[in-house]
Write a protein that binds this ligand. Structure first.
Ligand code: UDP
Ligand code: MG
Length: 319
C-alpha cells in the first residue's frame, strides 16, 4: 500500500527568523513518521517585506518536499491559507502558524485522531500569553456575539492549527467568498471533529502582524457573512414599535373620543402627535426590515456557498 501524503500549510508574513525554526521542528517531527507517511511542506509567502521569500526559496532548493507560493502582495492570512489548501495534494492537510505559537510536536497527535476517524482536528488554545487585555476582551466579545446571533457556531479559542481530511479540503475549495475566516468556514462545513488542547506560547520572533484594526475588520466581516441578525434588527424594532405605539394610539383614541376617559383627555395635542410620529417611524423601520429580508436573500446568493456538502457517496461524479 502506498504511503499517505501529509501536506503542511504555513502562511508566512515577515517571518524570516521563524522560518528556519519551524522548518527544523517540522523536519524532526515528520522524519519520525516517514515509515508510514510522505509529506510536503507548503509555505505561502503572503507578500513579506523582509527576507522570508529568499529563505523559503533556499529551503525549497535544498529539499524537494518543500514547496512555496509567493503572493504578489499581502493578501492576509486567510487567503494565504486558502492558497495553501488549493495547492495541497495530501490525504490530510495540517495548517500551522509560522511564529511557533502552534507546537509542532503535536502534529503526530493530530494525525492519530485523523487515523481514528476524525475528519477535522482542531487545535484549541488553553491560554494565550501573547495577547493583551484589549485583544482578550475583543475576542471574548466576538465569540459571544457570534454564539448569540451567528448561524455558524465557532468554538472559542479554537485556532487555525487544524488538520483537514482531503474531503474537507475539496469541500473547502468550493467556497468563493472573498472576505473569509477560514476557521468559520471549516466549522460551517460540518464533518466529524475532534479537538486537541495546547498551550500557546508567545510568538518567537517579530510582531503579531494582525493589528487591532485588522482584527476588528475580520470580526465584522465574519459577523456579516455568518449572521443576518444585524440586518433584520431594524425590522424587529419596527414591528415592536408598531405594536406598542399602535396599541397606545388605539387606546388613546378610544379613551378620548368614545369613553371620554380623563387620563386619555389629559394627553396634549403634541403628545398625541408624538405617538403618531413614533408609530410612523415604526412603519418605516419595519419596511427596512422587509428590504433586509430581500438583501439577505441576495447575500445568500452572492456568497455562492455550496448548497450542500457530501461526506461520501458511491456515485463517481460526486465528491
Ligand atoms: N500571516 C500572514 N499574513 C498576514 C498576517 C499574518 O500570512 O497578513 C501569518 C503569519 O506569518 C503567521 C500567521 O499568519 O504565520 C499568524 O499571524 P500572527 O501571529 O500575526 O497572528 P496571531 O497569532 O495574532 O493570530
Ligand atoms: Mg501568532
Amino acid at each position: 500500500m502506498s504511503k499517505k501524503l501529509i501536506s503542511i500549510v504555513i502562511p508566512v508574513f515577515n517571518e524570516e527568523e521563524n522560518i528556519p525554526l519551524i522548518y527544523a521542528g517540522l523536519l524532526k517531527t515528520l522524519n519520525g513518521l516517514l515509515d508510514n507517511y510522505d509529506y510536503e511542506i507548503i509555505f505561502v509567502d503572503d507578500g513579506s517585506q523582509d527576507n522570508s521569500a529568499v529563505v523559503l526559496e533556499n529551503f525549497a532548493n535544498q529539499n524537494s518536499h518543500v514547496k512555496f507560493i509567493q503572493f504578489s502582495r499581502n493578501f492576509g492570512k486567510e487567503l494565504a491559507l486558502s492558497a495553501g489548501l488549493d495547492a495541497a495534494g495530501g490525504d490530510a492537510v495540517i495548517m500551522i502558524d509560522a511564529d511557533l505559537q502552534h507546537p509542532v510536536e503535536l502534529v503526530p497527535n493530530f494525525m492519530e485522531k485523523w487515523q481514528n476517524g476524525a475528519e477535522v482536528v482542531i487545535g484549541v488554545r488553553n491560554r494565550n500569553i501573547g495577547g493583551g487585555i484589549v485583544k482578550k476582551i475583543g475576542s471574548l466579545l466576538f465569540y459571544k456575539i457570534m454564539d448569540t446571533i451567528g448561524d455558524t457556531k465557532i468554538t472559542p479559542n479554537a485556532t487555525d492549527y487544524r488538520l483537514l481530511d482531503r474531503k474537507v479540503v475539496l469541500a473547502f475549495r468550493r467556497f468563493t467568498e472573498h472576505g473569509r475566516m477560514t476557521r468559520g468556514l471549516i466549522d460551517w462545513l460540518g464533518f466529524k471533529r475532534e479537538y486537541i488542547n495546547f498551550d500557546s506560547n508567545g510568538r518567537k520572533n517579530g510582531l503579531a502582524c494582525y493589528d487591532k484594526m485588522k482584527l476588528v475588520k475580520l470580526a465584522l466581516c465574519t459577523i456579516v457573512n455568518h449572521s443576518l441578525f444585524p440586518l433584520k434588527l431594524a425590522g424587529y424594532l419596527g414591528v415592536a414599535i408598531i405594536v406598542l405605539f399602535g396599541l397606545a394610539g388605539f387606546l388613546l383614541f378610544v379613551g378620548r373620543y368614545i369613553v371620554h376617559n380623563s387620563f386619555a383627555m389629559s394627553f396634549s395635542g403634541p403628545a398625541q402627535l408624538a405617538i403618531l410620529l413614533v408609530f410612523l417611524v415604526g412603519i418605516i423601520l419595519s419596511c427596512l426590515g422587509l428590504v433586509a429580508l430581500y438583501i439577505a436573500n441576495i447575500q445568500d446568493e452572492v456568497l455562492k456557498r455550496p448548497t450542500y456538502v457530501i461526506r461520501k457517496s458511491n456515485f463517481n461524479q460526486m465528491i
